[in-house]
Design a protein around this ligand. Structure first.
Ligand SMILES: C[S@@+](CC[C@H](N)C(=O)[O-])C[C@H]1O[C@@H](n2cnc3c(N)ncnc32)[C@H](O)[C@@H]1O
Length: 284
């Protein structure tokens, strides 16, 4: 069960609390001039929790999996559907690994932007497309309303937080959750598209040659039934000879590459023992 609070690093002197118990300040997303590198952007995005999933990501975490995929493509120019791509750091990496050799690259996630209300007490409230507050950030604390609602916490855990959240207003400014460089590339190159997409819904774009699902088909987030449902959606979406790349980054980068077959998926190759859901994908 997730605890609904974390400490915001900005409000605690480093000598008082070690960095590992304090988290980067997501309010910096409202002040782009403070974000000095793609890594810093990813750190701030990774603090967000949406639909039970942290948006954890960072550049460079799929190097071996991307190499496995590029090798299997044998210079074919693919249409890539990257699902649960978070801020797109790893999409940028795969775009680079593909060189210019791709037909289209869809960078998708359940949420690519949020609406934010900031107030003069230094607090920021982040709302998803349904108007639900997903994060309230103060200079010292990060509060996750969905985690708070997931069980009955004792009163001392939630001292008056719920009442403090302002009601949603669709006029609140929109903040992009996508890496600035990727947004810039998408503006210049019509082949790169940023699109909200939920893996539990059918894909309504062109049939991809590759579906990349990294750190999303995870048993800590979803039940086996949900994972099978998502995998079947990928199967329906994929071109007949399409590929599915599933990656888990925990202690090490583990990945499995599957080929779409007539009736399901066949295993092509794995690295570091492959994904923990390999059998689930083969059985769907
Ligand atoms: C742990 S991050 C992985 C990011 C990136 N793929 C990586 O490996 O670095 C999981 C992402 O899945 C997204 N996500 C969660 N549920 C989703 C859903 N039902 N459909 C699409 N994306 C979802 C989250 O918003 C989050 O950005």
């Amino acid at each position: 069960m997730r605890f609904p609070f974390r400490l915001n690093r900005s409000g605690w002197p480093a000598r008082m609390l070690p960095r590992r118990v304090c988290f980067p300040d997501p309010r910096a997303l409202l002040r782009p001039e403070e974000i000095t590198s793609p890594e810093v952007f990813s750190e701030r995005i990774s603090v967000l929790l949406l639909g039970g999933t942290y948006k954890t990501t960072r550049p460079g975490r799929h190097r071996q999996s991307d190499a496995l995929l590029v090798g299997a493509l044998r210079q074919k120019s693919p249409v890539v559907l990257d699902v649960g791509a978070s801020d797109g750091s790893t999409a940028l990496d795969l775009i680079t690994a593909l060189g210019d050799a791709f037909e289209a690259y869809y960078v998708t996630d359940r949420a690519l932007s949020l609406r934010v209300r900031a107030d003069d007490r230094g607090r920021a409230f982040f709302y998803d497309a349904d108007g639900a507050c997903v994060l309230a950030a103060t200079p010292r604390l990060l509060f996750y309303p969905a985690a708070a609602g997931s069980r009955r916490w004792p009163r001392w855990v939630l001292p008056g937080w719920r009442g403090a959240i302002p009601p949603f207003d669709p006029a609140y400014p929109e903040v992009s959750l996508v890496q600035p460089r990727l947004r810039e590339i998408a503006r210049r190159d019509a082949r790169v598209r940023l699109r909200p997409h939920d893996i539990f819904q059918p894909w309504d774009g062109p049939a991809p040659t590759v579906v990349k699902a990294a750190n999303i088909l995870n048993r800590a987030y979803f039940s086996d039934d949900q994972i099978r449902r998502a995998a079947r959606n990928f199967w329906r979406a994929l071109a007949p000879d399409g590929l599915l790349l599933v990656i888990d980054n925990r202690d090490a980068e583990k990945a499995s590459l599957f080929a779409r077959t007539e009736g399901g998926f066949g295993h092509i190759d794995s690295i570091h023992g492959g994904t923990e859901i390999k059998e689930l994908i083969l059985s769907c």
